[in-house]
Design a protein around this ligand. Structure first.
Ligand code: NDP
Length: 435
């Protein structure tokens, strides 16, 4: 706390892990007295750099770029890049810390990292985005590599940005390797990668519901966000027979009481991915829906909630409202969307609650599968990748059960995910000595 007191999001993420992992360390001699958690909270390396680029008016703009290389005990650093004005070291260290545990849970050999910039892609032309991405990679390229550090997308970094970043890496390194994931299909990308985080979040919810003899079919589902994760979470819910009632962005949320079906979702995907419009424009096409400005969707009654936008978007009050309205299952698509107080409320009510590091791990897991396909110079079919994704989500669920079952049978997925993720990384760190 003394060293990182000015980094609230990072402290929040560490506290959530420490609360569950420290009691486990105390009970297990192989970890006790080795300061293992203290070593894990210190990034192996942080790179910060200047990014200069020229906007469409010919003006020189300056942004700050980052890469946090958190832990490489079990594999090359792996984690997304975020372009958003709120990006700072606290946000990126929290994301990198979470990523270490998440990547460990996937069963694949990936360490944890995260990076990005305070650059705001909103309202920028394609040419401005390209110039920024090229400038950003002009420095980042010397710190990454397919066996060193493999970045991917996150908020503000989608297929378009990965393309520009990859192009610049290839040019200046003179090397065509799988150094980024989320690539286009014709140049090394994996089928199902765009869908993987959202689909995985819903597969995980289905696994949790199965423990109570239940399923997604016929359930009302409230989703926040309307980006990559939210779109594909919605698609999978619709495919499994659930009713999606809401989507949102930073300006507010839309509530469609008739349900957002496949056709309406296709409209949202074009609106968001091609036209780069606002979610409120949904009403131009579907005027029966409502747009609630400046609010999150948690007051809409539902059985399942999928927070898929950003960190700390679901507070204690929201948790209580969801519970009062009969919510039985929360599966996090975003990273740390629920505050620790909200999580406590879910646990107290003994509903099914999955932390992002377990339920949204399908994205990075499929990135891991993209890396494998790049190394093999081979491509798996859509069905093969989807089946592997389902198996991985099921394995993560099993790991949570192994370490998260309370005496009364309630499954604490937070404890389960934290301890299962910790054990693998800690064992590797201990084996490799004090470095
Ligand atoms: P996108 O940029 O595609 O979409 C982000 C969505 O969240 C947009 O609808 C955006 O609205 C909204 N949003 C972003 N910031 C805020 C904010 N401060 N307040 C309210 N709404 C906000 O990102 P992704 O869908 O890729 O990522 C969403 C979450 O999922 C993040 O937490 C990310 O870390 C996590 N995640 C993503 C993975 C992936 O594979 N993409 C993997 C694992 C986790 P607006 O357009 O108005 O900004």
């Amino acid at each position: 706390k003394q060293r990182n007191g000015h980094e609230p999001e990072f402290l929040q993420a560490v506290e959530e892990v420490a609360e569950t992992v420290i009691p486990y360390i105390v009970k297990n001699d192989i970890y006790y007295g080795k300061n293992i958690l203290l070593r894990m909270v210190e990034p192996e390396r942080v790179v910060m750099f200047r990014v200069c680029w020229v906007d469409d008016q010919g003006e020189i703009q300056v942004n700050r770029g980052y890469r946090v290389q958190m832990n490489s005990a079990i594999g090359p650093y792996k984690g997304g890049l975020r372009f958003h004005p709120t990006v700072n070291l606290s946000i990126l260290k929290f994301l990198a810390f979470e990523q270490v545990f998440k990547n460990s849970l996937t069963t694949l050999p990936m360490g944890g990292g995260k990076g990005g910039s305070d650059f705001d892609p909103k309202g920028k032309s394609d040419n401005e985005i390209m110039r920024f991405c090229h400038a950003f990679m002009g420095e980042l390229f010397r710190h990454i590599g397919h066996n060193t550090d493999v970045p991917a997308g996150d908020i503000g970094v989608g297929a378009r940005e990965i393309g520009f970043l990859f192009g610049m890496y290839k040019k200046i390194s003179n090397n065509f390797t799988g150094v980024l994931t989320g690539k286009g299909l014709s140049w090394g990308g994996s089928l199902i990668r765009p869908e993987a985080t959202g689909y995985g979040t819903v597969y995980f919810a289905e696994k949790m519901l199965e423990t109570r003899g239940d399923g997604i079919k016929g359930k009302n589902v409230v989703i926040s966000g309307s980006g990559n994760v939210a779109q594909y979470a919605a698609e999978k819910v619709i495919q499994l027979g659930g009713k999606v009632l809401t989507l949102s962005d930073s300006s507010g949320f839309i509530y469609d009481k008739d349900g957002i079906d496949a056709e309406k979702l296709a409209f949202v995907m074009t609106l968001k991915n091609e036209k780069r419009g606002r979610i409120s424009e949904y009403l131009n096409k579907y005027p029966n829906a409502e747009f609630i400005k400046g609010q999150t969707p948690w007051k809409i009654p539902c059985e399942i909630a999928l927070p898929c936008a950003t960190q700390n978007e679901l507070h204690e009050d929201d948790a209580k409202t969801l519970l009062n309205n009969g919510c039985i299952c929360v599966s996090e698509g975003a990273n740390m969307p629920s505050t620790n107080q909200a999580i406590q409320a879910f646990h107290k009510a003994k509903i099914l609650f999955a932390p992002g590091k377990a339920s949204n791990a399908g994205g990075v897991a499929t990135s891991g599968l993209e890396m494998t396909q790049n190394s093999l110079r081979f491509k798996w079919s859509r069905e093969e990748v989807d089946n592997k994704l389902k198996d991985i989500m099921s394995d993560i669920h099993k790991s949570c059960l192994e370490y998260g079952k309370d005496d009364d049978g309630y499954i604490d997925y937070v404890r389960g995910a934290n301890i299962a993720g910790f054990v693998k990384v800690a064992d590797a760190m201990l084996a490799q000595g004090i470095i």
